[in-house]
Design a protein around this ligand. Structure first.
Ligand code: ATP
Length: 514
């Protein structure tokens, strides 16, 4: 697989996801809908397990974090207060020749990523050439690296300035000056840059007029803010404390590409942590570290993640960064960590006319708490895990296999139970074992095709264990258990099977790393 171009690997992952029941294009029989996807039988399980891992690491592992489930529909004034009605925009630009629409900021970011790619190649080349290679020294002294770094810094500075002034003509000028071409037409024939609001709206009730317009929530966070006092009072929560929630969010994304990376309907896992004003930077740094540890706890190589500090802070934030993941199409945002100050709660106080304050019994004072937010896309996390786990292997006997090296506790199916042949009482014995294991784990029973083919099918969906029932099982009540990654088989007593599987798929080991 290492010889394949990243685009080819990405294509293989997408077709694998479809072929093995992970992700389907929405409404496929009607030719599909762009940027909307359905999760199939294995995808739904994997997604559920990721959500569960996030939820437990937040809510179960932290005594001061609780979870809620707020509605998708909310009072329309909420989106006015949060700033989404006026400012939840993306700058869009069209290429007049291809008629394709792009996000202007993404065009510029992609251009920067290309220059970054040149720097990385230069570093890689040098690392191969010199023994005792000092990467830091090389980056700070090599003229070509320096020149490219300066280009990046200049573009960033200019872009940041344009965004801060909301100067869309300047954003277009940057695209023109950088000679960015449309990837489809190859031309530089661009329209002006315009702002486009990403919220979907619909009508509530039977009368259609302006006052009945409501929005599909573009983030789950606001459902937490407007319930801040409900939760604080009923849960008798003391600051600092957090409220977590997972759920659907909707954005009318302009550029719909890269599979489930950018969807119009997606799921977020968000946690708002309410703190005393003045302590927010400490909590921001703590949550940065905690969230990075969470990603590392899945056991993937650490160089697959990096922090990216925001150059332009949103109007409500006093610090913000992304955790980026090295997707098959490069490093991109997977999770955002934002110090949101008291912006949201203060805005809701202003627009609702209700106090949203916390009374601190120790200091005998009331204040609007500050908030540190962690916000991760479940679908993006799914894609990160899928692309990191997907392996095409050449085995010693010359055959090929595709395997998903998923962390065992995330695997859709935990154990497959396979009678060697479809006769001689083996299916009945296998069913007996299944009837024991199914109370603890999602298991499958399969009797069709050769045992080798059945193993391969389970490897392809990431099943950690296969238990094979053969004639010896009937004599001495033993089975073979095959482990996915090593493909090693071991003969064990039937009554050991449940505990072996349970130990392997237990989430505890990962949670303990946090
Ligand atoms: P981007 O810059 O990629 O559009 P964003 O900065 O707008 O993302 P946030 O508003 O910070 O994203 O949302 C938090 C998280 O929600 C993101 O880190 C991402 O994982 C996820 N997310 C946002 N938009 C989408 C989308 N259209 N499809 C899937 N996941 C998304």
């Amino acid at each position: 697989m290492s010889n394949q171009a990243p685009e080819e690997v990405f294509k293989s992952i997408i077709s694998h996801a479809k072929e093995y029941g992970f992700v389907f294009q929405s409404s496929e029989i009607y030719d599909g809908m762009s940027a909307v996807y359905d999760y199939g039988q294995n995808g739904a399980e994997l997604k559920k397990n990721i959500r569960d891992y996030w939820w437990r690491s937040m809510v179960q592992m932290n005594e001061n974090i609780v979870g809620i489930d707020s509605a998708i529909f909310m009072h329309p004034t909420i989106w006015k207060a949060s700033g989404h009605v006026d400012a939840f925009n993306d700058p869009l630009i069209d290429n007049k020749d291809s008629k394709k629409r792009y996000r202007a900021d993404v065009l510029i970011e992609d251009h920067i990523a290309k220059i970054e790619g040149k720097i990385e190649k230069e570093v890689e080349k040098a690392a191969k050439r010199f023994e005792n290679f000092d990467e830091k020294m090389f980056r700070s002294t090599n003229p070509r690296v320096q020149e490219n770094q300066k280009k990046i810094d200049d573009i960033n500075a200019r872009f940041k300035d344009a965004l801060e002034k909301n100067d869309l003509a300047e954003v277009k000028q940057i695209i023109v000056d950088l000679e960015i071409v449309c990837p489809i037409s190859g031309s530089r024939n661009w329209t002006d840059v315009r702002q486009f609001n990403l919220m979907f709206s619909t009508q509530i009730g039977s009368v259609t007029d302006e006052s009945n317009t409501i929005y599909l929530r573009p983030e789950t966070a606001q459902g937490i803010f407007v319930n801040f006092l409900n939760v604080q009072k009923t849960g008798r929560m003391k600051i600092p404390f957090g409220i977590a929630q997972t759920g659907k969010a909707f954005r009318n994304e302009i550029v719909a590409r890269q599979f489930i990376f950018r969807m119009r309907e997606f799921e977020q896992m968000e946690m708002q942590f309410f703190v005393k004003p003045g302590t927010e930077m400490d909590w921001y740094n703590k949550w940065k570290e905690t969230r990075m540890n969470w990603h590392h706890s899945l056991g993937f190589p650490q160089n697959m993640h990096r922090f990216h500090d925001h150059i332009k802070l949103a109007h409500y934030a006093n610090a913000a960064c992304d955790i980026e993941f090295n997707f098959p199409f490069g490093f991109k945002e997977l999770e955002g960590i934002h110090s949101r100050t008291d912006f949201d709660l203060s805005q809701h106080e202003k627009f609702s006319g209700k106090k949203l304050q916390y009374f601190d019994p120790e200091d005998n004072e009331s204040f609007v708490p500050y908030v540190v937010e962690t916000s991760i896309g479940l679908d993006r996390m799914f894609l990160a895990i899928l692309s990191q786990s997907y392996k095409e292997e050449k085995l010693e006997d010359g055959s090929d296999r595709v395997v998903l090296n998923l962390p065992a506790f995330l695997a859709p199916i935990k154990c497959a139970i396979l009678p060697l042949v479809k006769k001689d009482g083996l299916p009945e014995k296998a069913r007996e074992i299944m009837d024991v294991l199914k109370y603890d784990h999602l298991c499958v029973y399969e009797e069709k095709d050769s045992i080798g083919k059945r193993y391969r099918r389970q490897d392809a969906i990431g099943t950690p264990y296969c238990i094979t029932v053969d004639h010896q099982t009937l004599e001495d009540n033993t089975v073979t258990i095959r482990e996915r990654d090593s493909m090693k088989q071991e003969r064990i007593a039937v009554d050991k099977a449940a505990s072996i599987v349970s130990e392997k798929v237990d989430m505890r080991a990962a949670l303990k790393k946090l």
